[in-house]
Structures are given as structure tokens and as C-alpha cells.
Design a protein around this ligand. Structure first.
Ligand SMILES: [Zn+2]
Length: 241
């Protein structure tokens, strides 16, 4: 694809990184040094961010390999600053297959989290919540993978969780109706987010522009997903939290 830097071909699937991700990583490193961060700490931050994107790549390959078991080809996998995209040639019309393909990405992150949990213990590190360049890399990656799994499993389009919900509903009703219900659910949740972002409620007393942005994004992304005809080429977006 244009504007991307090839990372290699794994199990016959081409992986690449969009140039904006490389700019982001170099920019992050530059800003840290400019702020007077110790060189070693800046390098650790760069390493941690790079490893986080590697975990996103594994997530995408989870989808791609699950898709392959159902005879669905993956055109390519690309990493962007907001996450990864595995372009599947189509999504199978059988709900159980869509469910497995959609859940495979977050499942990879859960597996990685379990791996990093035991790796942390084996090295004598406390696996309690800690994500920073100063904490052990295995502990940070444990929590980042848990966050990736949880965020992607949110039951709203265009997250994997939205597709999982649609597939579960499609086992009980028509695909069209299942899509409609999932879009409604996402939009109700988005309106809820917007209310929390704008009005003072317990825990979120102040105006929260980030949450409002997420609410607006979910509302329109869900509607767009609902307009997509089934069985067309689809993109999987796995966002980095
Ligand atoms: Zn995904």
C-alpha cells in the first residue's frame, strides 16, 4: 500500500507500518530528549512504544490466522498511530466464523498478557499495575495487553467487541437485524458517554473533551458500519488505548 514501510511477510501475509507511525516514534523520542529526559529513559520509552505496536501487530495476525482457517485471505496488515488494520478480503457470512475471527485479535492480547504475567513473576517483578518506562518492560506489557484486549472488546462498532456482539445476535436473528441492534446499542452507549462528558456526574465532575470525542466517534462509526453491506471486504481496526 502507498505511504507504508514494509516490515516483512509472515505466514504469507504482508505487514507494513504507515510512515506517520515512524514519524510519531521519532517525534516521541525527540520530544523526550528535548524535555531533558535521560537518554536511557528516552530509549526505554521508545522501546516500550515499539513493543506495544508489535503487540498490536500480533493482534492483527490473530484475526488474519483465524480468518485463514475459514478460507478467508488477508490482503495485508498495516500499523497506524491509532492502531492496526488487517484487511480481510471478506467477512464470512456464518456468524460463528465472524465471532471467532473478531475475537481472535483480543484473544491474542489476553494470551500475551498471561505470558508477560508469568515472565514478570519468573524475573521476580511485582506484576501489580504499572505502565511506565521505569517499570519492568514485562509488567508494562502485561497491563498494556490487558488494556488492548478490554478496549477492543467494547461491544461497539467498529471495535472487535461490536462484531462479536453482532455475530452472537445473528445466531438468533437475521444478519440485518443483528447489525441494526448492534448499531443502536453503540449509539445509546455513545449518547451515554456524551452525557457523562458534558454534565457533572459522580466520578466525572468536569467537562471531558476526550470522552466527548470518543462518543461522537462511536456514534458515527457505528452508523457507518451499519450501512456497510455484509460480505464486502472489511477492515479490522484495532485501536491502541
Ligand atoms: Zn481487532
Amino acid at each position: 500500500m502507498r505511504g507504508t514501510i514494509p516490515l516483512g511477510t509472515v505466514v504469507g501475509i504482508k505487514a507494513s507500518a504507515h510512515w506517520s507511525l515512524i514519524v510519531l516514534l521519532i517525534g516521541l523520542f525527540g520530544v523526550l530528549l528535548w524535555q531533558g529526559t535521560d537518554l536511557l529513559l528516552a530509549l526505554r520509552s521508545l522501546l516500550l512504544t515499539g513493543l506495544l505496536f508489535l503487540c498490536v501487530l500480533f493482534h492483527e495476525f490473530g484475526h488474519a490466522i483465524a480468518a485463514r482457517t475459514f478460507g478467508v485471505r488477508t490482503l495485508d496488515v498495516t500499523l497506524y498511530p491509532i492502531g492496526g488494520i488487517a484487511r480481510l478480503e471478506r467477512m464470512p457470512a456464518i456468524p460463528r466464523q465472524e465471532l471467532i475471527i473478531s475475537a481472535a485479535g483480543p484473544f491474542v492480547n489476553l494470551l500475551l498478557a498471561v505470558g508477560f504475567f508469568f515472565w514478570s513473576l519468573a524475573n521476580g517483578h511485582n506484576p501489580g499495575f504499572s505502565v511506565s518506562a521505569q517499570s519492568p518492560v514485562s509488567v508494562s506489557l502485561l497491563w498494556l495487553n490487558l488494556a488492548l484486549a478490554a478496549f477492543n472488546l467494547l461491544p461497539v462498532f467498529p471495535m472487535d467487541g461490536g462484531r462479536v456482539l453482532r455475530a452472537v445476535l445473528a445466531m438468533r436473528m437475521s444478519y440485518r437485524m443483528a447489525t441494526r441492534v448492534t448499531v443502536w446499542a453503540a449509539q445509546v452507549l455513545a449518547v451515554g458517554f456524551a452525557v457523562i462528558a458534558i454534565f457533572p456526574v459522580p466520578l466525572f465532575r468536569n467537562f471531558n473533551p476526550v470522552l466527548l470525542f470518543i462518543a461522537v466517534f462511536v456514534f458515527f462509526a457505528a452508523r457507518q458500519e451499519g450501512n456497510q453491506p455484509p460480505r464486502n471486504p472489511v477492515s479490522d481496526t484495532s485501536a491502541t488505548p
